[in-house]
Design a binder for this molecule. Structure first.
Ligand SMILES: [Zn+2]
Length: 68
């Protein structure tokens, strides 16, 4: 599983997207950005978000969880 924390993108938001692939997570994140934050996802923002997607079980994930 991959996940993306909205908070990692700098938002004050606890929303998390989960999916089996980056594409799946990206689709959810795009929808969430539009519906919850009224943001259009530009190619720049999409690249940023993609860089923040990580494996749920990874060391990076545990670090990001403890940081929150
Ligand atoms: Zn959010």
């Amino acid at each position: 599983m991959k996940d993306f924390h909205c908070r990692d993108a700098g938002m004050n938001c606890d929303w998390v997207a989960r999916g089996s692939s980056n594409q799946e997570v990206m689709d959810q994140a795009k929808q969430h950005a539009q519906q919850a934050h009224g943001m259009q996802v530009s190619p720049d923002l999409a690249r940023k978000v993609e860089g923040l997607i990580h494996d749920e079980s990874s060391e990076e994930h545990r670090r990001s969880m403890s940081r929150h």
